[in-house]
Design a protein around this ligand. Structure first.
Ligand SMILES: [Zn+2]
Length: 216
C-alpha cells in the first residue's frame, strides 16, 4: 500500500480516554477501542469552528473530489466545519497538486501553515474513489488526528489499517469510529490564533509555502 504521511510538530502529553465500539467487518466481534493521546497531535486547523479551504490552480482538476470529501466530513461531523473560499488570504487550508512529494506519498497534510499537497503522479492514476479516499484521509489530519497506521499497539494498528480512514483503508465511507475520533481530536487539540497562523503562512521559506508560491 502507499503510505500517507503527516508533517506535524508532535508535542502532546494530553490524556483522556473515551471508550467506543469499532464497527467490525467480523459480524460477531465488535471490539471496544479506547481513544488515546497517541491518536492526536497538539493543534487543529479550525478558526472560529471552521476551516476555510482554498483550491490552488494546480489542484483545480480535483475540485469535485475535494468538495465531495469536505462534504462527507461535514455530514459525518454534523456541522459545516469545512467551507470553501475563493480567497487565499481568507483560507486556513490550501490544496495544491504537486510532483514534489516523495514518490511513496499520495498526499501530505501540513498543519502549521495549512497545506494539503496531493501527489499528482498518484492522483492522476487513481480513480475517483481512490482520489476521494486520499483527500478524506488528509482532511482528517486538519482536525488534529494522527495516522493510525503508525499506532504503537500492533494488534490495534492492524485493525485500524483495515477499518479506519486514518489507518489508510482507502475508504470514502466515514464510519462512526472515524467521525467520533475526529470530533474527539478536535476537542483535544487547539486552534491557532490569527497571529500564530499567519506567522507560518507568511513564512515563504517553509517548504510548503515555497510549493504554494511556485518556488518548488
Ligand atoms: Zn496521514
Amino acid at each position: 500500500m502507499f503510505s500517507f504521511k503527516h508533517f506535524f510538530v508532535v508535542m502532546v502529553a494530553l490524556f483522556g480516554f473515551v471508550g467506543l465500539a469499532v464497527q467490525s467487518d467480523d459480524v460477531s466481534a465488535a471490539q471496544t477501542i479506547k481513544f488515546t493521546s497517541e491518536m492526536h497531535t497538539n493543534k487543529n486547523l479550525t478558526y472560529n469552528g471552521t476551516i476555510k479551504y482554498y483550491v490552488k490552480g494546480d489542484a483545480k482538476k480535483y475540485q469535485a473530489n475535494l468538495d465531495y470529501a469536505a462534504n462527507r466530513w461535514n455530514k459525518a461531523l454534523g456541522q459545516k466545519v469545512l467551507r470553501k473560499t475563493t480567497s487565499l488570504t481568507d483560507s486556513r487550508l490550501v490544496f495544491t497538486g504537486t510532483n514534489k512529494l516523495a514518490s511513496g506519498y499520495a498526499g501530505m497534510a501540513e498543519i502549521n501553515s495549512g497545506v494539503i499537497a496531493l501527489n499528482t503522479s498518484w492522483m492522476n492514476r487513481y480513480n475517483k474513489q481512490k482520489q476521494r479516499a486520499v483527500i478524506i484521509h488528509e482532511l482528517g489530519h486538519t482536525f488534529g488526528t494522527k495516522d493510525l497506521y503508525n499506532y504503537p499497539d500492533a494488534t490495534l494498528r492492524g485493525v485500524f489499517k483495515k477499518q479506519t480512514i486514518m489507518g489508510g483503508n482507502y475508504s470514502t465511507n466515514i464510519r462512526s469510529f472515524d467521525a467520533k475520533l475526529a470530533k474527539w481530536t478536535l476537542s483535544k487539540t487547539r486552534s491557532m490564533s490569527p497571529t500564530e497562523f499567519s506567522h507560518y503562512r507568511s513564512n515563504k521559506g517553509l517548504y510548503y509555502q515555497q510549493m504554494l508560491h511556485g518556488q518548488l
